[in-house]
Design a protein around this ligand. Structure first.
Ligand SMILES: Cc1cc2nc3c(=O)[nH]c(=O)nc-3n(C[C@H](O)[C@H](O)[C@H](O)COP(=O)(O)O)c2cc1C
Length: 192
């Protein structure tokens, strides 16, 4: 990716339920003019197939994501701090990936990209999805928060009267864009 002044975001999708959160985030980032580099884990590809009967890599391509990698593509740009991405978002984030990021077990491109964000002091947003949480999950989230990551649970609000799944995924995408300092107008700010 060339440096065009646009925000460059690594968006990682892992094998938690709610692949739609990641796809909606990709769509909204692109609509806002950001450049998106997506990485899908094997788990995410499997869950997308089970949840929506879709081929995740094809869905990302259809949305217009220009760079798409699998978790084994260790030679891809997000593996290195020298590639100047502004932020890494993991949405949805499985407890498996969350635990690996919290403990610096960089055995795939997603955990490596997250680790790069932490070591380079760039923004890292993880969107965990599990219920209930075990004490270990909560400890891992605390470790990540202490390391500088933002833990943004897949917990959409209901005060804005969502009428469909798309409204719920938009709520989470809006919170992510806002934390990336990217203007969004698809969810009204409270009080406006
Ligand atoms: C249909 C389905 C739904 C799943 N949902 C979740 C979930 O919500 N949260 C979670 O942490 N793991 C969930 N898992 C388990 C993960 O996919 C599994 O732990 C996998 O190893 C995660 O790998 P990854 O972190 O590399 O994507 C689910 C698995 C399947 C098949």
């Amino acid at each position: 990716m060339e440096n065009t002044g646009q925000k460059k975001i690594v968006l990682c999708l892992t094998g938690a339920s709610g692949i739609a959160y990641g796809l909606k985030t990709a769509q909204r980032l692109l609509e806002a003019g950001a450049r998106v580099c997506a990485v899908a884990s094997d788990g995410a590809i499997e869950v997308a197939e089970i949840e929506d009967g879709q081929n995740l890599l094809e869905s990302l391509e259809k949305i217009g994501v220009e760079s798409i990698y699998t978790e084994r593509d260790f030679r891809a740009p997000p593996a290195s701090g020298s590639a100047k991405f502004d932020a890494v978002v993991v949405a949805p984030c499985s407890m498996n990936t969350l635990g690996k990021i919290a403990n610096a077990i960089a055995d795939n491109l997603i955990v490596r990209a997250a680790e790069v964000a932490l070591k380079e002091r760039r923004r890292l947003i993880v969107v965990p999805r599990e219920t209930p949480y075990s004490t270990t999950h909560l400890r891992n989230m605390l470790s990540l928060s202490e390391a500088g990551a933002i833990v943004l649970p897949a917990s959409p609000a209901f005060y804005f009267k969502p009428s469909c799944i798309g409204d719920l995924t938009d709520f989470i995408a809006a919170r992510i864009l806002s934390l990336l300092d990217i203007q969004q107008d698809f969810i009204r700010e409270w009080g406006k």
